[in-house]
Ligand binder design. Structure first.
Ligand code: ADP
Ligand code: ZN
Length: 680
């Protein structure tokens, strides 16, 4: 667009890196026709800041204040591709999030720093490397893989969301690789997301064989400079495979031709602070805008995607058997309470599990033990006052850690020395109940002194490289048994693991969360999937307190489809996602009385809003304390709104947030989460 602009009447609407919903208008004294997606340096309050131009226009601007002038034009051509720019706008709109937050998420800090620009006017051009395809001993796709891959390769120039539902070990990765090669051949780039940094090294070495230097891996171990170079390489070069966790989605990939989200059901794709987004949702928006395919892979699809696939709103491909021809391991649910009564023992782990660990070792195989809770024992319980010792700052139980004999709070890091005297009633009646991972580890080490045992959880390690080392050592068979939390549950491919044990799933089922069943089922199937990836005789043992629970029954037969369909029925009845969208507004404050006063101010507005809608369309559940009602001495309340699909959140959210913010007072913190994954 080269239209003439009168110098004095050209204006730009600018987004600044602040959590505000609005943009700011400035005058431009330049005849550059279009500064959209360019950066400018502008006065803001008492200082100056870099902002992004979202609109360049000649509109008459009516304001009561003086319109200031852009001080410096930083880019004369857009810093980012127009499609990336547009997608940032779409993202902020979808989540009704402040534009400033969305832009900050999408553009690295470097580009917001004016001093950097003056110091270093040209960002070092990343060396563009030649393609070094390494021809690997190519895996011949099996029939199922081949047919899925053919479908995808025939849709490369369309918006084509595709759920790849393949059981654990069915060879989803080989399908990804095959489709990626086709996209790269067209000179386009691929964005490949995985859920967990711990999975990166394994996947990296697999992809490197195929893509060599064209593989660009983004992870938290990169320095600021490396990160910047990656970002620049991604926006200047095409034919790349850009791989990383959630935030890698914000790569301004040039000529993007395909997005892959591996383990799409994984909760780590949701970001819960600052710009609150779900990577899968934003990836779908991006693919739709670019008219490209997006592959969502999982052995336990999210109910959201399963529902869409069932309704034929997205494509569906199945891989129903393991690529190596191995069968899914047999899963046994052990009734722990019954065994304990029967054998009258004091073990935290069932006798049968101990026996199987020995047997598995004697057959030369490795074992993995998945434990749901951190710490040594879950809680300290006073037999006299019948209460669980809880954190003085948070409304949650304290967890006992063997190391140092401490009790600590996982929310605020409160710690104290553990004593058998109850701080409340002074009786010597505190006992430890529940079984955390450290207790399990100790028992297994004591009863199997001849085994090499390693534990992996967030208390045992402090860095990603430690995590990587432990997983690599286990892969190299340096340990016989790996005990871990969900950190070990995801996608790893260890061929020598023939026994998997799961302990503590019941506690997950007890959570006050409508996704509790889904999460527990996924966890069971995923951990079981670590066993027998190359063998026929693998076993999975699940220690349960309530073995009759439907989640155990369904997981035992790996019957995802029945489980998902039953669960969807319940969701539909209660109008939970995917049959509605949820908006959660959280209120935090130090003084409960101030919060109550505030709630009584805004309740009439909520009633008024509700009266405008049919309750089937929009349902405002009242303001109630959150399941964890206090953290770090802050009282926590939330307001949940169920929104029928099709009703636009933006139709009412401006009004609502305006009312909530206008009546608020200092000390009350309000946050909005659209499509929240957990609500405790
Ligand atoms: P998933 O990602 O579905 O869990 P992977 O892609 O990791 O499965 O494959 C599981 C194992 O099967 C890997 O060791 C992989 O090399 C192997 N594999 C995959 N496809 C084939 C095939 N067509 N022929 C032989 N082995 C295969
Ligand atoms: Zn606490």
């Amino acid at each position: 667009m080269t239209e003439f602009r009168d110098q004095s009447t050209s204006y730009v609407d600018v987004v600044l890196p602040v959590p505000l919903r609005q943009s700011f208008t400035y005058k431009v004294l330049s005849d550059i026709a279009d500064l959209t997606a360019c950066r400018v340096y502008v006065p803001f309050g008492k200082r100056f800041a870099i902002g992004f131009v979202i609109r360049h226009h000649n509109d008459k601007v009516n304001t009561s204040y003086e319109i200031k002038t852009v001080r410096d034009i930083i880019d004369t051509v857009p810093l980012i591709d127009f499609s990336y720019f547009k997608w940032i706008l779409l993202s902020s709109d979808y989540y009704h999030a402040p534009l400033g937050l969305a832009f900050q998420q999408a553009i690295p800090a470097y580009f917001w720093d004016y001093d950097q620009i003056n110091k270093n006017p040209k960002i070092r051009e990343a060396k563009s490397s030649k393609s070094t395809w390494v021809t690997d001993n190519i895996t011949q796709l099996n029939l199922e893989q081949e047919s899925v891959s053919q479908i995808l390769k025939s849709k490369l120039n369309l918006f084509f969301p595709f759920l790849l539902f393949g059981i654990t070990g069915s060879g989803k990765t080989e399908v990804y690789i095959d489709v990626m090669k086709a996209v790269l051949k067209e000179g386009k780039s691929v964005l490949f997301l995985l859920p967990e940094i711990g999975l990166t090294p394994q996947m990296m070495s697999r992809l490197e064989k195929h893509f060599g230097d064209n593989l660009l891996v983004t992870h938290s171990g990169l320095t600021q400079n490396q990160r910047l170079n990656h970002w620049n390489r991604a926006r200047r070069e095409s034919g790349l495979v850009i791989m990383g966790t959630r935030s890698a989605l914000f790569s301004p990939a040039k000529n993007l031709g395909l997005i892959i989200i591996d383990e799409e059901h994984d909760t780590s794709y949701k970001q819960d602070d600052r710009f609150r987004y779900h990577a899968r949702q934003l990836a779908l928006l991006r693919a739709q805008d670019l008219k490209i395919p997006i592959i969502l892979g999982s052995a336990t699809p999210s109910l959201e995607m399963w529902h869409l696939a069932k309704e034929s709103k997205i494509g569906l491909g199945m891989l129903s058997k393991r690529a190596s021809d191995a069968k899914l391991p047999q899963m046994t649910i052990l009734d722990y309470t019954k065994e304990k009564e029967h054998l009258n023992h004091n073990l935290a782990v069932a006798k049968q599990i101990h026996d199987e660990i020995d047997k598995n070792f004697s057959q030369g195989s490795q074992s993995m033990i998945f434990v749901g809770q951190r710490g040594y024992a879950q809680n300290a319980f006073c037999k006299a006052c019948k209460e669980i010792l809880s954190c003085p700052n948070c409304a949650v139980g304290l967890t006992y850690h063997r190391h140092g004999q401490k009790i600590l709070c996982h929310y605020c890091q409160y710690t104290d020395n553990f004593q058998f005297t109850c701080p409340k009633c002074q009786e010597n009646q505190l006992i430890l109940i529940g079984t955390g991972i450290q207790a399990i580890e100790e028992e297994i080490k004591t009863l199997h002194p001849h085994l090499k045992i390693m534990r992996l959880d967030s208390d045992a390690i402090t860095t990603h490289s430690q995590q990587r080392q432990i997983l690599e050592d286990f892969f190299q068979k340096k340990y016989d048994v790996l005990i871990g939390t969900q950190m070990i549950a995801k996608g790893h491919d260890f061929s020598n693991v023939n026994l998997v044990v799961a302990i503590g799933v019941d506690a997950q089922l007890g959570l006050a969360d409508f996704r509790a069943n889904e999460r527990a089922f996924n966890n069971l199937v995923q951990v079981a999937g670590r066993a027998g990836r190359a063998s026929q005789q693998a076993k999975v043992l699940v220690q349960a307190l309530n073995p009759e629970h439907t989640v155990f029954k369904m997981a035992q037969s790996y019957d995802y489809v029945t489980f998902a369909n039953e669960e969807l029925k319940a969701r539909q009845f209660l109008l939970y996602p995917p049959f509605s969208r949820l908006m959660q507004i959280k209120f935090y404050g130090n003084h409960d009385s101030a919060l109550q006063k505030y709630f009584s101010l805004v309740r009439p507005f909520l009633d008024q809003l509700q009266s405008k809608y049919n309750k089937e369309e929009l349902k405002i559940l009242g303001i109630v304390p959150m399941p964890i009602s206090k953290i770090k001495n802050k009282f926590r309340y939330h307001l949940i709104i169920k929104i029928k699909k099709g009703l636009k959140i933006n139709d009412f959210s401006d009004y609502l947030l305006n009312v909530l913010e206008k009546n608020s007072s200092p000390g009350i913190n309000i946050t909005v989460d659209i499509d929240p994954l957990t609500m405790i």
